[in-house]
Design a protein around this ligand. Structure first.
Ligand SMILES: Cc1ncc(COP(=O)(O)O)c(C=O)c1O
Length: 394
């Protein structure tokens, strides 16, 4: 066997380990509920994006089972060949109605929706103004274009306007931002961003992956939260977080959806969403549209948990949503803390570089609507005990 060629991998892996950035996967052996089995042990789940408990919801599971009998499992082809099933179109219609938009288009994931859409909106001679803390899938989508990418300071509309003035020669321009920032939980100042976009004739795109099921009426997301219907050109959603399944989508005007259907490469060159997932998502959208009880419970649990953490003396950043970053800064300390939590029966993952900056390691805690008060109290007690033992709090 040839030796030497792949030695660089050992060097890189060793470096990641030394720096505390090496990831090990834990194995889940049950549904992703508030309590679940991880590495063979029952623990409390405080790190899932399953905000509303839909990943194991009886109605949604039933819809998936029925779809298997009716349609089978896979779509069989890309949508433009023979994979465009009646239920893909039904889900698109339901999503457009739910988001109060003209039209919707499905993609295989939220990540995929970003890398599919951005290169259709802008290309050579164009410009993208992108928040410096945007999600990796937005960054990757931007990199797939030949447009000039200009980063503006996080949530800073004054800097955004300065960047637009400093870079005023372009064919088309796009401002792109996360709606809710996935690692910090703060919300983009979308009304001001839209004002700036309208002033300079720029397109706007918001990634609402962490806004759906959380913000707006019945969890319709950030555009609904700020009453900006019709003023944001492109809204991206994921079906993997509050909707509890998998998949991604774009909502916007009919013409935005039309051009994506013609030109978005993952739509044209990758098999469409599985029919099981599609049927489950249709039911998930129905469940969310019918009642906001779970959204209210999510917010009540979030408030209770955050107040408890503040009383204990933890730095939980500037989050305005359920995403609760427990700022420990040092990567090794963060990993040790997370491991100690696991030993106490709580899974809350360490988030380190490259997901966040090197000196901004944190444990990202995700309260959900499925947690009971007892679950929240147990998690708070575990944080308190370990925080004191590791001298993070007094
Ligand atoms: C802001 C944001 N956009 C996109 C994605 C990707 O979504 P998906 O998991 O559906 O690919 C995520 C998920 O981590 C996210 O947080």
């Amino acid at each position: 066997m040839a030796s030497g060629k792949l030695d660089w991998i050992d060097e890189e892996i060793n470096l990641l380990k030394e720096q505390g950035f090496y990831k090990t996967l834990k194995t889940v052996g049950s549904a992703n509920d508030a309590h679940f089995i991880v590495n063979g042990k029952e623990v409390l789940n405080f790190c899932s994006n399953n905000y509303l408990g839909f990943a194991d919801h009886p109605r949604i599971k039933k819809a998936a089972k029925e779809a298997v009998d009716k349609y089978g499992v896979g779509a069989g082809a890309v949508r433009t060949i023979s994979g465009n099933n009646i239920i893909h179109e039904e889900l698109e219609k339901k999503l457009a109605e739910f988001k109060k938009a003209e039209a919707a288009i499905l993609f295989q994931s939220g990540y995929c929706a970003n890398i599919a859409t951005i290169p259709v909106l802008v290309g050579e001679g164009d410009i993208i103004f992108s928040d410096e803390l945007n999600h990796a899938s937005i960054i990757d989508g931007c990199r797939l274009t030949k447009a000039l990418i200009v980063r503006y300071k996080h949530n800073d509309v004054v800097d955004l306007e300065k960047q637009i003035k400093d870079n005023s020669k372009f064919r088309r321009g796009l401002i792109i931002t996360d709606g809710v920032f996935s690692m910090d939980g703060d919300i983009a100042p979308l009304p001001k961003i839209v004002e700036v976009a309208e002033k300079y004739g720029l397109m706007t795109m918001v990634d609402d992956s962490h806004g759906e099921g959380v913000l707006g009426s019945n969890g319709r997301g950030i555009v609904d939260h700020f009453h900006l219907h019709g003023r944001v050109d492109v809204e991206l959603g994921t079906l993997s977080k509050a909707f509890g399944v998998v998949g991604g989508f774009i909502t916007g005007s009919q013409k935005v959806v039309d051009i994506l259907k013609q030109k978005a490469r993952p739509f044209l060159f990758s098999t469409s969403m599985s029919l099981v997932d599609t049927a489950a998502c249709i039911e998930a959208v129905k469940v969310l549209g019918e009642s906001d009880d779970l959204v209210k419970k999510l917010w009540a649990n979030t408030k209770y948990f955050k107040e408890g953490m503040k009383e204990l003396g933890f730095d939980i950043g500037k989050s305005e949503t359920p995403i609760t970053p427990v700022m420990l800064k040092d990567a090794n300390l963060t990993r040790e803390f997370s491991q100690a939590l696991f030993e106490e029966g709580v899974l809350a993952t360490a988030i380190v570089y490259p997901t966040v900056a090197k000196d901004m390691a944190r444990i990202r805690v995700m309260p959900s609507a499925s947690h009971s008060k007892d679950d929240l109290d147990k998690a708070l007690a575990a944080f308190g005990k370990i925080g004191k033992a590791m001298k993070v709090i007094k």
